[in-house]
Design a protein. Structure first.
Length: 247
């Protein structure tokens, strides 16, 4: 039963946000017992493919897989293995420059550069606020990953970027509370690095875009992925998600 519903969700027959028929109707449509049907819902809910509302207004709503849901499960695996932050940073530094290179090789590389500059402008507006700056600067990286063009690369690196973002935003909040967040001058240096990467993309220079991205990541990741940084965590001490990557 779960396999049948899962396949229908994957193939788009059951669309995101739609609601399955009531339990009596489902039992008419599928030759299974009530316990089997409820077990199927439980399995799919665990997989994040449905959301079951209980009570008088209950129902079962379809939830198609998203980048955030995939990143969450990827983060759970990293968390369970207590992966050190430098390990996550190293993977990001291997893959994200590829996205910059691919963006520079696209025919619309000039338009991509123009979009990326908008995120630099947004980050500049909040440069005095550490956590807000971290969020705005992170959007630049998310957009750059999306600009890679290759769908598989976008999904793979996008998941990695989402997990990184959760760690980075948690670090930013703590650093602000401890008054140890990097200075405004260093924040402006981050924006200059972003501008240089955008220049290379706009010029269609893939080699330069990749080199600049690697150098930028190596410099900026040192704060979040220091030797004293805790391992990757996506759940808090109560077992709840630390924060939404899109916050």
């Amino acid at each position: 039963m779960a396999a049948q519903l899962r396949l229908r969700i994957m193939e788009g027959d059951l669309v995101d946000g739609s609601e399955l028929p009531t339990e009596p109707v489902m039992l008419q449509n599928y030759p299974v017992s009530r316990p089997s049907l409820r077990e199927a819902f439980r399995i799919l809910e665990t997989e994040g493919l449905v959301s079951v509302r209980r009570g008088k207004r209950g129902g079962t709503v379809i939830k198609s897989p998203t980048l955030d849901s995939a990143a969450y499960h990827m983060g759970l695996l990293m968390h369970s293995r207590a992966l050190p932050m430098p390990d996550l940073a190293a993977a990001r530094n291997l893959l994200e420059p590829l996205c910059a290179e691919h963006a520079a090789l696209r025919e619309d590389h000039a338009a991509i550069g123009a979009r990326l500059r908008q995120f630099g402008d947004e980050a500049l507006q909040v440069v005095e606020d550490g956590p807000a700056f971290t969020g705005a600067a992170g959007k630049f990286h998310e957009e750059l990953v999306d600009a890679a063009g290759n769908q598989t690369l976008r999904i793979l690196v996008g998941m990695l970027e989402s997990v990184w973002s959760i760690q980075e935003r948690g670090w930013a909040r703590q650093a602000a509370e401890e008054e140890s967040y990097p200075t405004v001058d260093l924040r402006r240096a981050v924006l200059r690095a972003h501008d240089s990467i955008v220049d290379a993309i706009e010029a269609g220079d893939a080699d330069q875009a990749g080199r600049l991205m690697r150098a930028h990541l190596q410099a900026s990741q040192l704060y979040v992925a220091s030797e004293n940084a805790p391992p990757v965590r996506v759940l808090d001490e109560y077992g709840n998600p630390r924060m939404n990557a899109q916050e």
